[in-house]
Design a protein around this ligand. Structure first.
Ligand code: FES
Length: 366
């Protein structure tokens, strides 16, 4: 029988997790989870994908507010009673919403820590954000209120890795010890403690999983590359399950996971096996710089552009943020994911360099 071993919250998106013995599950996630987020001067969200040092910011709850400490930084308190009343337009993935600006002191602390301008915003009572295609509210988590990770799945992954990772690489809210690796893929609805959850969708992973939570340093390829060899499904590399709570209530470590409903899991493939089948060389033309390079139909356009010395800006490297948007002028690509594009952009011929693989000779506007 599987049970909960650990519960974590991350009060500020991408910072270090706080382990809890018990937690209140609210509609938008665990109480106090991802209620704060950093944004750049344009209001775009900042995460550990591009700023892995954020994982080294330690947070404690205290009577004076949230107590922050981080390497080479003076400690600091976030005090909600001193927040500005200003609402800022912010962007997180595809969502644009209003969030409360904390204050200039908070901005300064994080600006000093990251070495670039940023602002801290709060998910206030006036802030609203829904899970995609659902009415359920979600905080500043990536897309779903909670994430469940099975330690047995992490253990299985570690049998394939030279350097083991921990469950914290995957930033779980609920860590369970399952009877079998990936048994969670079969669940459609579960109950933990007082709360029923819809097991909504496997979590598609990005390079943030390569960030060592202890050091904040990102490995150049692992564990994502190994996961791609056996957890690849229609352009996504999945690990863990996103949960939507169906009621509010308490969960505790030690609670059993009751499976109320099961379903057929996704059938996973190896991204590499698919690639090896039809390897061929293609010509890449980067129109703005007029650079030509020989590439292949194996890896993403973003990887191949970098190898050719062409800089395409990126953030998530997972087809979600839209930062690596580029226009396909000629040729064909295999689209792995285009979540980060609007319909009209797709119609106009834009593609995401991180999530497109050339199939023929191509020319792109970059
Ligand atoms: S880097 Fe985010 S969509 Fe490509």
């Amino acid at each position: 029988m599987q049970s909960v071993t650990d519960i974590y919250i991350y009060p500020i998106k991408s910072t270090k997790g706080i382990p809890l013995r018990q937690a209140l599950v609210e509609e938008k996630g665990l109480k106090d989870d991802r209620r704060y987020m950093l944004v750049d001067p344009e209001g775009k969200f900042i995460t550990g994908r591009t700023h892995p040092q954020l994982t080294q910011v330690n947070i404690e709850f205290s009577k004076k507010g949230l107590y922050l400490s981080a390497p080479k930084q003076p400690s600091f308190y976030i005090q909600p009673e001193q927040f500005s009343q200003q609402q800022l337009d912010v962007e997180i993935w595809d969502d644009t919403l209003q969030a409360q600006h904390c204050n200039k002191d908070c901005d300064q602390w994080f600006t000093d820590f990251l070495g670039e301008p940023c602002k801290l915003v709060y998910f206030s009572e006036n802030t609203s954000r829904c899970v995609k295609n659902k009415q359920t509210q979600v905080s500043f988590a990536d897309g779903y209120p909670l994430l469940l990770i099975n330690q047995s799945s992490v253990d299985h992954l570690n049998t394939l890795l030279e350097t083991p990772v921990t469950a914290l690489n995957f930033r779980p809210n609920i860590l369970i010890k399952g009877d079998l690796p990936f048994i969670e893929d079969n669940w459609a609805r579960i109950k933990i403690g007082e709360v029923e959850f819809e097991v909504s969708k496997p979590c598609s992973r990005c390079n943030f999983t390569n960030v060592d939570p202890k050091t904040g340093v990102a490995d150049i390829e692992q564990p994502l590359k190994t996961l791609a060899q056996f957890r690849f499904y229609e352009g996504d590399i999945d690990f863990g399950q996103n949960l939507i709570p169906l009621n509010e209530g308490m969960i505790r470590s030690g609670d059993q996971v009751q499976v109320l409903q099961s379903h057929q899991p996704r059938v996973y493939q190896s991204m590499l096996a698919i690639e090896e089948d039809d390897k061929k060389a293609v010509q890449l033309h980067f129109a703005n710089s007029n650079i030509e390079a020989t590439g292949d139909n194996q890896s993403t356009l973003l990887d191949q552009a970098e190898q050719a010395g062409v800089n395409i800006p990126y953030s998530c490297r997972g087809g979600k943020c839209g930062r690596c948007k580029t226009k396909l002028l000629s040729g064909e690509v295999k689209v792995l994911n285009n979540q980060g594009l609007f319909e009209n952009e797709i119609a106009e011929g834009y593609i995401l360099a991180c999530s497109a693989i050339p199939e023929t000779d191509i020319s792109i506007e970059h």
